[in-house]
Design a protein around this ligand. Structure first.
Ligand code: NAD
Length: 426
């Protein structure tokens, strides 16, 4: 059995992501004085699908991967959420990510509910043909569960525009006609939106600009560190650098690099593309993940995976602001520590909503057979995410809460309103 195929669901000592999501919901429900029935509805995913994916490996063996797709809540519209390929994918993780998508779409005020999908696999040890066969089998297995008006997937960790293209093709072959609007994050040639590839990082930068206004921070003099120099993190770094801020540390799964003099984000992107990692970039010193998270910077951007800011790390965080490009990087107990220490945290469901906002714009273009310029897309993104930041900041200020709780109150509150208006069937 190949290394990739041999992956099973790995246990983890880290907190359960779905329990974290439920705890965040409980806090918001308390502030919002939610009816118990609605709180219960919001604590349960609408439907969960588990699929077995027999896949022919290059060796000739067949390996059965496990995949998931969870629809969390669709009161505000078709469900929306990415597909993750990672050895640590679990049903609970997918449920947590699907819940966060629900609140995120609601905070951004776009007409989508929340969903998420994933396959337990290690794409780094799979060939392109193996990935394609596994992806197409997954697309076929979930074909009746997704759809332009039902559930619209997108990329997430270790999936990309090519994976989206295989899914749209498989879905369309089964339907008998081309359905680009079934998925977002597609290549431009088949209906992808200009600006989608950098949207998450760009949206997080617009949030950082707003956060800097609140904290009276001059971005031209600000320093920042990025944990997880991938799609979201690297684009964030390059775009924030455009505002004059200095990148002093960055990491990926192979290690981290630091330089007080500053690291050119564009050069680091090129270096990582060439070598596969940020490690060893000229003019930098190695830095461990925990040292990066605790480094002396103005802005910290966790952009890797969940639960990296544990309470131990939180106690050592010296950044004035945290902008969560990743989903769920901060545990609820770490939130309390950061809040007590006066760290201004822009929570994931706001900070990284640029991706889903431009996904929404892609879906609207596809449904209407339109094609907008990148400037038009970026400007609509800025309007939407800046509006969301202001809604959240106003809610947090009015209730004397953290931005996380403010965002949850906005997100959960709007979904609860939709449920009240729809009523409970039958
Ligand atoms: P990606 O695969 O492009 O990048 C992830 C990066 O994190 C990689 O560079 C990887 O090497 C690094 N990484 C993994 N484990 C690490 C570790 N232990 N320490 C340091 N770095 C580590 O994925 P992405 O799309 O950029 O997603 C990153 C995070 O952002 C995820 O939490 C994802 O859910 C979230 N997010 C992404 C988007 C998007 O549009 N890409 C949208 C919303 C949220």
């Amino acid at each position: 059995m190949s290394k990739a195929a041999g992956m099973t669901q790995m246990g983890s000592a880290k907190p359960n992501a779905f329990e974290n999501a439920l705890e965040q919901l409980r806090i918001a429900a308390e502030y919002l004085k939610l009816e118990d029935g609605i709180h219960q509805m919001l604590a349960h995913p609408k439907s969960e699908l588990t699929v077995s994916l027999p896949t022919k490996m290059d060796s000739g063996d067949v390996h059965v991967f496990t995949g998931y797709r969870v629809h969390y809540n669709d009161a505000r519209g078709p469900t929306k959420g990415g597909i993750r390929y990672h050895p640590n994918v679990s049903l609970d993780e997918v449920k947590a990510l699907a819940a966060w998508m629900t609140w995120k779409c609601s905070v951004a005020d776009i007409p989508f509910g929340g969903a998420k999908g994933g396959i337990i696999c290690d794409p780094k040890h799979m060939s392109q043909p193996e990935l394609e066969r596994m992806t197409r089998r997954y697309a076929a297995a979930i074909a009746d569960f997704i759809g332009p008006y039902r559930d619209v997937p997108a990329p997430d960790v270790y999936t990309n525009a090519q994976v989206m293209a295989w899914i749209v093709d498989t879905y369309s072959q089964l339907k008998g006609y081309m359905v680009p609007e079934v998925i977002t994050g597609k290549p431009i040639a088949i209906g992808g939106s200009l600006g989608r590839d950098k949207a998450t990082g760009r949206g997080a930068v617009f949030c950082t600009v707003e956060a800097a206004k609140v904290k009276k921070m001059d971005l031209k003099k600000a320093t920042f560190a990025v944990e997880g120099f991938g799609n979201a993190g690297a684009n964030y770094a390059e775009l924030l650098q455009g505002y004059g801020a200095k990148l002093t540390a960055a990491s990926d799964s192979k290690g981290g690099v630091a330089s007080r003099a500053g690291i050119d984000a564009a050069k680091l992107i090129a270096y990582k593309e060439r070598t596969g990692s940020v490690v060893g970039m000229a003019g930098t010193q190695p830095i461990s993940d925990s040292d990066l998270l605790k480094s002396e910077v103005d802005i910290l951007c966790p952009a890797a995976l969940e639960n990296t800011i544990t309470p131990d790390i939180a106690k050592g965080v010296r950044a004035k602001a945290i902008v969560e490009c990743a989903n769920g990087p901060t545990t609820p107990s770490s939130d309390k520590i950061l809040d007590a220490n006066g760290v201004f945290l822009v929570p994931d469901i706001l900070a990284n909503s640029g991706g889903v906002i431009v996904s929404y714009l892609e879906w609207v273009q596809n449904l209407n057979r339109l094609s907008w310029s990148e400037e038009e897309v970026n400007s609509k993104l800025e309007t939407k995410i800046t509006g969301a930041f202001r809604d959240v900041h106003a809610m947090a200020t009015k209730n004397g809460t953290s931005m996380r709780t403010g965002a949850m109150m906005v997100g959960v509150g709007r979904v609860a309103d939709a449920i009240r208006i729809l009523g409970v069937f039958p």
